[in-house]
Design a protein around this ligand. Structure first.
Ligand code: HEC
Length: 170
C-alpha cells in the first residue's frame, strides 16, 4: 500500500524523473510508472528477490500443514504480485503485468483453494504450478537462466513452521 501511495504522489512530479534510482529505470520510451517515481520504487529484481523469499516460506508453511501461516504468506505473495504489476507494468521490453495475470493468477487461486481446504496434496500440486508459472515467465522474459524449484531448506531458521505453535497458543 505504501508503494502505491508513493507512486501516486511521485507520479505528479515529473521533475523527479532525472533522479530515478537506476534499479527502477526501465528501457526509455516504455512509459513505465517506475520512471516517474523518484527514489522510492524498488526495481523489479529487488521485488523478485522478495518474491523468491515468499515463495520459499510459503512452501515450508504448507509442507508443515500450518494453514494459518500458509494463508498469511499466500496473501503476502499476492500483494507483492499486485505491487509488481502496478509498479512495473512493463520492464525492459517485457509485458510484466500481462504475463503476471496470465501465468501466475490461476496457480495462486488453486493455492488459495488448497490452503482453505487444508489440502496438503492439493497444496503440493498448486505450488508446483506456481513454480512452473515463475519459470514460464522467466523464459518469456528472456530470463530463462533463472529457474525456481521447491526449496530444500528454509531461508531463515528463526521462523517456526510447526502448526499449533503460534503466539495465540504458546
Ligand atoms: C512477469 C513475469 C515474471 C513472473 C511471473 C516471475 N518473474 Fe521472476 N523475474 C522476471 C524478470 C523479468 C526478472 C529479471 C529482472 C531483472 O532483469 O532485473 C526476474 C528475476 C527473478 C529473480 C532473480 C532476482 C535477482 O536479481 O536476484 C528471482 C529469484 C525471481 N525472478 C523469482 C521469481 C519467483 C519465485 C516467481 C514466481 C513466484 C517469479 N520470479 C515470477 C519476471 C517474472
Amino acid at each position: 500500500m505504501l508503494l502505491i501511495a508513493a507512486l501516486g504522489l511521485a507520479a505528479c512530479d515529473s521533475a523527479d524523473r532525472a533522479h530515478s534510482h537506476p534499479d527502477a529505470a526501465p528501457t526509455p520510451g516504455e512509459g513505465a510508472p517506475a520512471a516517474q517515481t523518484g527514489d522510492h520504487v524498488p526495481g523489479l529484481h529487488s521485488l523478485m528477490m522478495e518474491l523468491q523469499h515468499r515463495h520459499a516460506t510459503l512452501w515450508f508453511a504448507g509442507d508443515a500443514e500450518n494453514w494459518p501461516l500458509a494463508d498469511y504468506f499466500l496473501h503476502e505473495l499476492e500483494e507483492l504480485l499486485e505491487d509488481i504489476e502496478t509498479l512495473h507494468p512493463t520492464y525492459d521490453g517485457v509485458p510484466v503485468a500481462e504475463l503476471l495475470t496470465e501465468m501466475t493468477l490461476p496457480a495462486v487461486h488453486r493455492l488459495e483453494a488448497a490452503v482453505d481446504a487444508a489440502d496438503r496434496a492439493g497444496f503440493g500440486i498448486a505450488y508446483d504450478e506456481l513454480t512452473t508459472a515463475c519459470n514460464a515467465c522467466h523464459i518469456a522474459s528472456d530470463r530463462g537462466a533463472i529457474v525456481m524449484q521447491r526449496p530444500t531448506s528454509p531461508p531463515l531458521t528463526n521462523l517456526r513452521y510447526i502448526p499449533g505453535s503460534g503466539n495465540r497458543d504458546p
